[in-house]
Design a protein around this ligand. Structure first.
Ligand code: HEM
Length: 544
């Protein structure tokens, strides 16, 4: 690595790049890299942060890291302590490990969105969708999810279940053992359909153009993020030009506006009519309505801006949740011995709930509050709904919750959750992270720590969290898939609810799921959306 570093410094990187363009892309990149690295050495690194020595012959740490990430990170931490520098993913990074990682999330001066933008140009992507030019991590978007989505989750759940069930019935329709070479599109469809319903309401969600727009936007985002953490100047320039200047996502915003306009007009008409009659308007339950009702509070400009915000939320939710849903099915395939216990738990919970509801009905009949069994029809205690997959039922499925938390813990990328320093930040161990420096979390040191995770931290043990008050949604120092602190993912409650629904549907529908090519097991377990699915899955129906 040091061999690449020239002694000159302070030159204007962009200027040099422009001059180098005619010479050729390869040379320009080399010049850029050299200058960038030099600048980092001169200005970015605190003297007290050790830089990990390169393996002889290597120019960056990538090869050594990717050969065996766990071994590499453990060795670095043992040799250099919890904070060290690496040259990884085409950039200098400060890696922060163990309990110290918490401090990264607890200050606003280290920012997740800025780091993502620095690597990918993400802000151009999301700001191109809203008139208010908001980034996905704008406080207003966080508040919309916190205040409109999360409190209504229990009410959204039956709709999520219904949408997902509908797609599963269609796509998984099989009487025997069926190979699905690439299950990703099915899970994307399941998640996109459920999200469309929650965000835009049933009527608009049924509009095929809207759903297609969601799916197309998501695949654009998948391509956009396909390079992962790899930083290249071209990637950022392309993002800034494509999304900053050309705004190709605007056509999808327009699809939403066209679909929403008549629905919003009709809602307004009904509201006015109810008001004239002195009646309370029965507000539709969806995010569209929530945003219309709080238009000024969130500083929204018009219906186009509302739809733009919805598209931003849909994008961050559908991409992440369908990725996790897809790989949840791979975990069930990799550990099929857990399918039956998860199914049995589901049956036990639904049996218990049915019994409790029956007891409540009997009490009401006994007390005379309800005259006959028939009178329960259409009420909350209607027998027809005894075995519904409600949010209360899913909450009782502690094995499913633990399985999902363990899946997140096990699957997490070993180095992740980049944050960019907006100011100098002093960590409690006396190390200063200089303004402009990018830090990443050594997630392995947290998710595979014996002290934080208990026994066999490198093993997949799905019942690890049962009885430990560690729900899959609980973002904390020992569980980082959703970040933590003030900026912890506000959509994690919705995401986990959907994931549990996917898990419940899979284990109730299939007695077995197997990998088509078992030799690809580990690759499949650590794969990410945007990378090709390494092997298909066999689904064996319970009806056989
Ligand atoms: C499996 C699914 C998901 C994963 C793994 C995930 C992960 C994350 C992570 C790691 C962060 C950064 C947290 C930090 O800075 O500390 C984040 C932020 C965010 N997520 Fe998620 N997320 C998921 C689903 C969702 C969903 C469903 C929504 C919307 C309904 C959403 C909306 C957001 C927003 C708005 C932020 C920015 C929060 C802020 O900066 O204040 N996410 N997410």
């Amino acid at each position: 690595m040091l061999g690449l570093v020239s002694t000159s410094s302070g030159a204007d990187v962009v200027g040099v790049l422009k001059a180098a363009l005619p010479i050729g892309i390869g040379l320009a990149s080399a010049v850029y890299l050299t200058l960038k690295m030099t600048r980092q050495f001169d200005h970015g690194l605190s003297k007290t942060i050790p830089t990990v020595a390169l393996r002889p012959g290597d120019k960056t740490h990538d090869a050594e890291f990717f050969e065996d990430p766990d071994l590499f990170l453990t060795t670095c931490t043992e040799r250099y302590g919890p904070v060290f520098n690496l040259y990884l993913y085409n950039q200098f990074l400060t890696i922060i490990s163990g309990p110290l990682a918490r401090e990264v999330f607890m200050t606003d001066d280290l920012n997740f969105g800025d780091a993502l933008d620095d690597t990918t140009g993400m802000h151009s992507f999301t700001t191109s969708m809203t008139k208010s030019k908001r980034t996905f991590d704008d406080p207003a978007i966080h508040e919309m999810i916190r205040d409109i989505v999360n409190p209504n989750l229990a009410l959204f759940t039956p709709r999520i279940v219904e949408c997902m069930q509908m797609i599963a019935d269609k796509e998984f329709a099989t009487g025997d053992r069926k190979l699905i070479a690439d299950p990703q599109p099915i899970f994307q469809d399941m998640v996109a359909t459920a999200m469309a319903d929650v965000f835009m309401g049933r009527k608009i969600a049924k509009n095929r153009k809207v759903l297609d727009s969601f799916i197309q936007c998501m695949s654009t985002l998948t391509n956009f993020t396909a390079l992962g953490f790899q930083k290249t100047i071209w990637r950022i320039l392309r993002a800034r030009t494509t999304y900053g200047l050309l705004s190709p996502l605007q056509q999808h915003v327009q699809v939403l506006v066209d679909a929403a306009t008549p629905v919003v007009q009709e809602r307004r008409r009904q509201e006015a009519e109810a008001s004239e009659k002195g009646l309370e308007y029965d507000r539709p339950l969806d995010i569209l309505q929530g945003l219309l009702d709080n238009f000024d509070k969130y500083g929204l400009k018009d219906l186009e801006d509302v739809c733009g915000h919805i598209l931003v939320m849909v994008l961050v939710s559908v991409h992440t949740t369908s990725d996790s849903s897809t790989y949840l099915s791979y975990y069930l395939a990799a550990y099929p011995e857990y399918i039956e216990p998860l199914f049995q738990e589901q049956l036990t919970v639904l049996n218990q709930i049915s019994q409790e509801r029956e007891e409540q009905r009997q009490e009401k009949l006994k007390s005379g509050e309800i005259a006959s069994v028939k009178d329960f029809e259409g009420t909350a205690l209607d027998r027809q709904h005894d075995r519904d997959l409600t949010s209360a039922a899913v909450k009782r499925m502690v094995k499913m919750d633990s399985f999902i938390r363990e899946f997140f813990r096990f699957r997490s990328q070993r180095v992740s959750l980049a944050h960019l320093a907006r100011k100098d930040v002093l960590l409690s161990n006396g190390i200063t992270i200089r303004k402009g420096r990018k830090v990443m979390i050594n997630v392995q040191s947290v998710h595979q720590s014996y002290d934080m995770q208990g026994e066999d931290p490198t093993e997949f043990r799905p019942w690890r969290f049962i009885g430990k008050s560690k729900a899959a949604t609980k973002a904390s120092t020992d569980f980082l898939p959703f970040g933590m602190g003030k900026h912890a993912c506000p959509g994690r409650f919705l995401a986990v609810q959907e994931l549990k629904t996917v898990g419940v549907l899979l284990v109730s529908r299939f007695s077995n799921i197997e990998m088509q090519d078992p030799s690809k097991k580990m690759k499949a377990l650590l794969a990410r959306l945007g990378t090709p699915v390494p092997t298909g899955l066999y689904f064996t129906s319970r009806r056989v």
